[in-house]
Ligand binder design. Structure first.
Ligand code: BES
Ligand code: ZN
Length: 890
């Protein structure tokens, strides 16, 4: 039996075809009893059947295998569970006959409180705390509910039957075929599912309300939620119906199940889970309250729904063959959710917000401790950690890059044929490339391998000399080190106008482009003289117009311009010649280059000054994030410059703050509504007194009347943060008032809004209280992570707190992916080598597989910050530049 230990995949001499599962959860004792009959195809001569099990007790005496042909029954001579490998090995005394048979088992387990497997979630009904039973199986926890071949490629059909209290709602992937009430219990049986992977099986049992609608071709769609909240499900319902119709067209295959249920679960580790036909969500990602939810909450609901429904095709109908190809699921669903959101809500300009995805992908992938998109997985315990920005955000970004290279129409056609070809089956990354290669005639496989099989990405340096552009690619690392690697980079560039454009593949280390040839000698001048082309007075190179690479930021790489080109771009930004996405990209690349010490902070700050009249949400939003990060690094590097730098940032955002005002305007755009909140929050964080006063005034009006028009949801975060800036151990009123609002509200979005605002307090004593509050029973364990991003002043307190409470934290969150957030959020903000060492020492005896990668990445970030601090300290002209920028009137 030992030969089955330590294997990454199950042996395949028995293949499951159909599961007949019966489960009886007891919501009071939090236990469940179950039985399963698995139709198996024995395809190899074996005396062993090996399958997955975790935390279940198997009734040894009730295990049997019945051959279908002969009806002969085989009982195992030995039943053994290997805990470290989550496997159950059944040993028979004779070789099992080749062909079909049924493996039957009985077992029981516990409805755990770890938000995985078959678990309990709690809610309050009429003042009484109740349990519900919920499943979360991805990536590898179906084995905690029933014995199974728990790998995505082992697809089978599922016939599920539940014995539950008669008054409860019991849902599963398929519609109910029969419900029989017997006293206090009822037996509910569901239609048999099409073939699918184990990680997509789902069950929910509890008390719920719902709202319902139909798609144009008759799929019944419901949104379930806590009793009394049904109205909050209407927005998601609308999005779901429209999105199903859209995907049916886009993938050229209809949604194959007769119904789609979506349900809000009060305790939920991820944001949402795409179980086939029964999608589960955090409340914040599904429910929208017209009165108390913010515009950003609305957008979150729409994109999460669109993401999970994309999986119904990409993931559920066509499934990754193994977790190495997880990115196919997640990267693709992330990308396509933007397509859906853009079609439903064009006014959100959601593609401009896609840059948040790529920039986070670039940020993580700029670390030496990153990993390739396609990553080897040897053990189930390693899967959790790859649900990260590489699989999601880099994955989505390289898909976007490819789509813009191949063209939208060709891309869609090829995708449809990929879906058709692999429906009800599995696929690998190269299967997608093959379909796209056939559809486009382009060498997709070759091109994309350079992006998915090696970690990292290039920075393309571009310089201008004698009317020639010189391009050179090298690996970008945030540490500033030189790395190896070469990519096939789809270069796009514009010269003076979005009509003067060139695309080519940079396959070599370097390449040269003759501008005169590209522009055509005689027409060049005319083109460049055209309206809005933005030529500067810099004539030293003959052609003096701006040149922007990575047009609209569709490529997953950084660009480093030489001094001349950079100056022209600054000019073009100031004069609004560039699109919002390009303005975002130039800023973001410059920030990354500054962190990697390839560009001075003075240069970056000067560039930021060019954004003084910026109006666009996505650009300002990133400008704000960058200014938060810079304020922190300057506080460590040159503390005496902090006030001036804050002054500079305040002056940068003041224009927009004045344009937007505090009071929402009738009929204003979704983006302005979101922007107002972010700009005012930034002003509060940087200590802008009028904003602090106004925020506090409006907060007090809100305390008097929760429906006051003075504090609509989009403004609340700003007001909460403003209030928390003044809270201290001797002035606790604001803190306590916010805790009161937290305790009173039933809206999960409000609770998380408050948790993230409390942490912005500059007083370490309050931060400590806040952190301890996160561990109390008043905060659901799914939500604690929202309170970890503490102010700069609270950084050391948070680290000490993490150490003091590590055992508890590790026990509570250690078996899921939320634990990584504790490590990365608390550790990454530091910026000294001593602290990095201290962190290493603390975790030397405490690291475990589920945090190993995150820990290394966080420590790497601390090193990067430490080097950055040193280089900023060496910038002689910085103090004068900051003072000048801070004083300049915009
Ligand atoms: N398949 C995931 C859910 C998941 C995440 C399961 C991690 C197991 C581990 C789901 O499709 C998903 O991606 N959810 C996202 C939301 C999405 C909009 C990015 C999430 O949970 O954050
Ligand atoms: Zn997903």
């Amino acid at each position: 039996m030992e030969q089955f230990k330590g294997q990454s995949r199950l042996p395949k001499f028995a293949v499951p075809k159909r599961y007949d599962i019966r489960l009886k959860p007891d919501l009071e004792s939090c236990e469940f009893a179950g039985s399963v009959a698995i139709d198996l195809d024995i395809v190899g001569h074996t005396r062993f059947v090996v399958l997955n099990v975790a935390d279940l007790s198997i009734h040894d005496g009730a295990v049997s295998f019945t051959n279908k042909n002969s009806s002969k029954v085989f009982q195992p001579s030995k039943v053994e569970i290997f805990k470290e490998d989550d496997i159950l090995v059944l040993e028979f005394s004779v070789t099992l006959p080749i062909g079909l048979g049924v493996l039957a088992m009985e077992f029981d387990g516990i409805l755990n409180d770890k938000m995985k497997g078959f678990y309990r979630s709690t809610y309050v009904q009429n003042g009484e705390k109740k349990n519900m039973a919920v499943t979360q199986f991805e990536p590898a926890d179906a084995r905690r509910c029933f014995p199974c071949w728990d790998e995505p490629a082992c697809k089978a059909t599922f016939k599920i039957t539940l014995d539950v209290p008669a008054e409860l709602v019991a849902l599963s992937n398929m519609p109910v075929v029969e419900e029989r009430v017997d006293g206090k219990l009822k037996t509910v049986s569901y239609q048999e599912s099409p073939i699918m992977s184990t990680y997509l099986v789902a069950i929910v049992v509890g008390l719920f309300d719902f709202v319902e609608d139909h798609t144009s071709d008759g799929v019944k769609v419901r949104v379930y939620c806590e009793v009394g909240k049904a109205r909050q499900g209407k927005f998601a319902l609308h999005v779901a119906v429209k999105t199903l119709e859209l995907y049916k067209e886009y993938f050229a295959v209809p949604y194959i199940l007769p119904k789609l249920d979506m349900i809000a679960i009060p305790d939920f580790a991820a944001g949402a889970m795409e179980n086939y036909g029964l999608v589960t969500y955090r409340e914040t990602a599904l429910l929208f309250d017209e009165q108390h939810s913010a515009a950003s909450n609305k957008q979150r609901v729409a994109t999460v729904v669109a993401h999970e429904l994309a999986h119904q095709w990409f993931g559920n109908l066509v499934t990754m063959e193994w977790w190495t190809h997880l990115w196919l699921n997640e990267g693709f669903a992330t990308w396509v959710s933007y397509l859906a959101a853009d079609s439903l809500f064009p006014e959100w300009k959601i593609w401009t917000q896609f840059l948040d995805e790529s920039t986070e992908g670039l940020r993580l992938d700029g670390l030496e401790e990153s990993h390739p998109i396609e990553v080897e997985i040897n053990h189930a315990g390693e899967i959790d950690e790859i649900f990260d920005a590489i699989s999601y955000r880099k994955g989505a970004s390289v898909i976007r890059m490819l789509q813009s290279y191949l063209g939208a129409e060709c891309f869609q056609r090829s995708l449809a044929s990929y879906i058709k070809r692999h429906a009800y089956s599995n696929a690998k990354t190269e299967d997608l490339w093959a379909a796209l290669e056939e559809g486009s005639g382009e060498p997709v496989n070759n091109l994309m391998n350079s992006w998915t099989k090696q970690k990292g990405y290039p920075v393309v340096s571009v310089s201008i000399k004698d009317q020639k552009l010189e391009f050179e690619q090298s690996k970008f690392l945030s540490s500033g080190s030189h790395g190896n690697g070469q990519w096939i980079v789809p270069i796009t560039l514009c010269c003076g106008s979005y009509d003067v454009r060139k695309n080519f593949l940079l396959e070599m280390k370097s390449e040269t482009l003759d501008l005169k040839e590209f522009l055509g000698c005689s027409t060049a001048k005319d083109k460049l003289a055209g309206a809005g082309c933005g030529g500067t007075s810099d004539e030293s190179n003959g052609i003096s117009t701006w040149i922007k690479l990575n047009v609209d930021q569709t490529g997953f790489y950084r660009v480093k311009y030489d001094e001349v080109l950079a100056a022209r771009l600054r000019y073009a930004i100031g004069n609004k010649y560039l699109s919002a996405t390009d303005r975002f990209g130039i800023l973001d690349d410059s920030f990354a280059l500054c962190m990697a010490r390839q560009q001075s902070l003075t240069t970056l700050l000067t560039l930021m000054g060019a954004y003084r009249d910026e109006l666009e949400y996505t650009v300002l939003s990133n400008l704000i994030i960058i200014s938060y990060k810079l304020a922190r690094i300057v506080a460590d590097a040159v503390p005496k410059l902090l006030d001036s730098i804050k002054q500079f940032f305040i002056s940068l955002f003041q224009n927009s703050a004045e344009r937007l005002g505090w009071q929402p305007k009738a009929g204003e755009s979704h983006l302005d509504a979101m922007l107002r909140g972010e700009v005012l929050t930034a002003l509060a964080v940087f200590g802008h007194d009028p904003t602090l006063d106004e925020g506090s005034r409006r907060f007090h009006a809100f305390l008097e009347d929760r429906n006051t028009t003075l504090l609509p949801p989009d403004l609340r975060k700003a007001a909460y943060v403003a209030v928390m800036q003044k809270v201290s151990a001797s002035n606790r009123l604001g803190y306590e008032a916010l805790l009161r609002v937290y305790r009173e509200t039933e809206l999960s979005q409000e609770k998380t809004r408050i948790l993230s605002s409390l942490a912005s307090c500059p007083d370490p004593n309050i931060i400590l209280e806040e952190l301890n509050f996160l561990l109390s029973s008043e905060v659901r364990s799914q939500d604690a992570v929202f309170g970890l991003a503490v102010s700069m002043e609270g950084r050391d307190t948070a680290w000490t707190w993490l150490k003091d409470n590590w055992e508890h934290i590790s026990n509570t969150w250690g078996s899921g992916f939320l634990i990584t957030r504790f490590v990365s959020t608390v550790v990454s903000p530091f910026s000294s080598f001593e602290k990095a060492k201290e962190v290493e020492e603390f975790f030397a005896s405490r690291s475990k597989p589920s945090i190993a990668r995150t820990l290394k990445q966080s420590i790497e970030r601390v090193h990067i910050n430490a080097k950055w601090v040193q280089s900023i300290q060496g910038e002689k002209d910085l103090p004068a530049a900051v003072k000048e920028l801070a004083l300049r009137k915009y």
